[in-house]
Design a binder for this molecule. Sequence first.
Ligand SMILES: *Cc1c(COP(=O)(O)O)cnc(C)c1O
Length: 384
Amino acid sequence: MKTPGTSKSHVHIPYGRHWIEQDDIDAVVEVLRSDWLTTGPKVGEFERAFAHFTGAKEAVAISNGTAALHAIMNALGIGPGDEVIVPTMTFAASSNCVVYQGGTPVFVDVQANTLLIDPAAVESKITPRTKAIVAVDYGGQPCDYDALRKIATKHHLALVADACHSVGGSYKNRSVGTLADLSSFSLHPVKHITTGEGGFITTDNPELAVKMRRFRNHGISTDHRQREMQGTWFYEMTDLGYNYRITDFQCALGLQQLKKLPAWIQRRQEIAHRYAAAFAGSDSIRPLNVLPGLSHAYHLYAVRVPATERARLFNDLRSRGVGVNVHYLPVHLHPYYREKFGTQRGLCPVAESAYEQLLSLPMFPRMTDENVETVISTMHELAG
Ligand SMILES: *Cc1c(COP(=O)(O)O)cnc(C)c1O
C-alpha cells in the first residue's frame, strides 16, 4: 500500500486523512446516472442508516457540521438575550452557531487532564438567561454526560453534544448520538467518515427533527420530491430557513463510508494504544487522560509538550514529514470574540495554558504500523 501523502523526496504523514476506495466511487457514479442528484432517495436511506448506527430515533442529514449546529440552535429557539454555555477548547463553529441566532455564547474552561468541559465551571456560569449547554467531545472522548444532564435538568436547560470528534464512541455503554438532547456531526474529510462536506443531527425528539428538516430546506414544509410524488405544485414557507441540503451523491458516498466506520474506529484505537504505550515513560510527551467506562473514538491524538518547546517541535516535526497540528486556539481568544464579546486572556486559564502545549499527532485509519513507528521515533528523537 502506498503511504498516504508520500512525496518522492520524503515521507509525509498528515495529521488526518480521508479514505476513498473503488466501492465509494462506484456508489457515487451510480447516483450521478440516476434521476435524483439532490433531495432524492439516498438522503432518507443515509438518515435511516445513521440513526441505526447511533441508536438515535432521528438523524437529519445536512450540508455540513456547522449547519448542523446552526439547525440545533434554531430548533431550540435560541435568540437575542439568550445565553448558551460552550467550552472554549473547540473549533469556532461550536459557538458561532449561537451567534448566528443572535444569542450570546458564554465560554467555560475545560478539565486539564482531558480538555473536556468542566461541569463545575458550567454550573458557575448559569444565569436566568441560560438556555443550553454545548458539550464538545474533544478529540473523540465523550464528556461526563451524567454530570451535565444533572445540571441541565436542575436548571431546565437543553443539553447539546457537539459530537463532531466522537462518532462511533460511547459513554457507559450508551452510544454517542444518544447522550444529549441533540448531537451534531461533521462529514468533512478530516473527520471519521466523509461526504466531502456534510453533517448530521441526531435526536430522539421527532418534532425537533421535523423542524430541522424544514430549516435545511428554506423553512418550506414539503420538499421537491414530496411535491413531485403528490403531483402538486403547492408549498408554503412557514419559517425562515436556509438551503442546507446535502446531495444524493454525497449520501451515497456516506452510506459506503458508514459501513467501514466500526473497523476504522478500531484501527484508530489500536494506533492510540501504541502511542500511549510508547509515551508512557516520557516526561516531555504527555498524552491526555482517557477516563474509564467509555469508548474513545480518537478523531485526534493530542499530547502536551513543554510550552517552550512547542513551536520548535511543530516546525522540526513537519520538516521531518510528521504532519502535526494544533487543536485549538481557545475560541474566546479569537479576535472576533474579543472584539464583539469582550472576552480576553484569563477567562479560561486551563485551556489557555493547554493551548501553549498541545500538539495533535497523525491519527487516521489508513496509517500503516510503519507510519505509527515513524511518528513515535521522530517524537522521541526531537522531544526526548
Ligand atoms: C469539524 C467540526 C465542526 C464543523 O464541521 P464542518 O463540517 O467543518 O462544518 C464543528 N465542531 C467541531 C468540534 C468540529 O471539529
